[in-house]
Design a protein. Structure first.
Length: 203
């Protein structure tokens, strides 16, 4: 199975979740568009946290220098992100950039590209204040494009009512929640994923 991991916003814990999922599945991992290189890349983070062999971390298709929206980062680098399809590798975890409606060009949103792929998609959301609105809007945006939503994964401290109402009103499966981990390393992440998620939900 190939699974897309997208988010409700940037910095919601999408990369950590993708690392946990890829590690649990023994999958390949691919972040097609990386914007911002100076502080390291999400691929390097996943390599450190997932336990995957080096050859299972696929190289990015676009490595953009400025940490901003991919459409602008590409313009600053003098390149254009063309529509693309993921490799035929199974299992594969594909991580998007930022939130579902992040623009890759001035007329192409990431969600439009995911809609073209028709792959099962996990929406990652934080549990903090504002997440109900962001999550329900993201679910609507994915559903409007007929993107198959595998479910929603939360990251952060438990907020039972918010998590429950998002799943109920959004009509999506509540996959689980990754707590904030200290220390965050391969062992603690694998243990947390095993405790809070069912691997069968992703197979």
């Amino acid at each position: 199975m190939r699974i897309v991991v997208t988010g409700t916003d940037t910095d919601v814990g999408k990369t950590v979740f993708a690392a946990a999922l890829a590690g649990a599945l023994g999958a390949h991992y691919w972040k097609p568009v990386q914007a911002g290189l100076e502080d390291g890349t999400d691929s390097l983070t996943v390599a450190a946290l997932s336990g995957l062999a080096e050859d299972r971390i696929l190289p990015e298709a676009w490595r953009l220098h400025t940490p901003c929206s991919p459409h602008r980062a590409a313009e600053l680098d003098g390149v254009t992100i063309e529509p693309f399809d993921p490799p035929e590798i199974d299992p594969l975890v594909i991580e998007g950039a930022g939130g579902a409606l992040v623009p890759l060009t001035r007329d192409l949103l990431y969600a439009d590209l995911i809609a073209r792929w028709r792959l099962p998609t996990v929406l990652v959301a934080r549990t903090g204040l504002g997440t109900i609105n962001h999550s329900l809007l993201s679910i609507e945006a994915l559903r409007a494009r007929a993107i198959p939503i595998l479910g929603i994964a939360f990251v952060g401290e438990a907020v039972e009512d918010s998590e429950a109402i998002i799943a109920a009103m959004g009509g999506v499966k509540r996959l689980g929640r990754l707590p904030r981990l200290d220390p965050l390393d391969q062992a603690s992440l694998a243990a947390a994923f095993h405790t809070h998620f069912r691997i069968e939900d992703f197979q």
